[in-house]
Design a protein around this ligand. Sequence first.
Ligand code: 3PG
Length: 213
Amino acid sequence: MDMAKTLGSAGIIPVIVIEDIAKAVPLANALVKGGLPVLEVTFRTACAAEAIAKIKAEVPGATLIAGTVLKMEQLVAAKAAGAEACVAPGFDPEIVKAANRLGMPFCPGVATASELSQALGLGCTMVKFFPAESAGGVKYIKDLLGAFRWTGVKFMPTGGVKPANAADYLSVPEIVCCGGTWIAPKDAVAAGDWARIEALAAEAAALVKQIKG
Ligand code: 3PG
């Protein structure tokens, strides 16, 4: 799987936290229907792997990315559940090496030139920039690109990305997508307000279309 191409085709990736497995499929349906087919299901809850498998089986058109993959057992569970790729908020060389051995595309989080350099050294072609707004925002990524553009590295900023600043990020060609929790707010998921989530996804998809074409 070409991670930059797949994630880039969506442009905005909902970062989702599933507390109740019964919510997984209707949530994914709303996001896909709204126009965001690539979903990051985070390993922040116990049912993450089950949610990935269930969405994959029951929601046509959804592409599943496992998120917050910090431990070896999460990597293995993500693969077994059918995730197409894994992302993490930080850079752990041991996890990246294990993902390489498993043939699992892995996008680690970086926030410094040194971490980016190490990630590239392990063969990563795409990195999260996390926490994007606190770590320096779009200016910081542009400054990193001054030194790293020639490597072809692609970025996925997350952390503080919102409708108000997503366009600034997406206007940078090397930023193939942004991730965020705003498209699937906790209260809307808890209330089962799928119409609101579909509308937020549609708004985000329209923004991507406007910037990336
Ligand atoms: C992530 O893991 O990417 C972040 O939790 C997303 O950050 P946000 O809640 O600011 O969108």
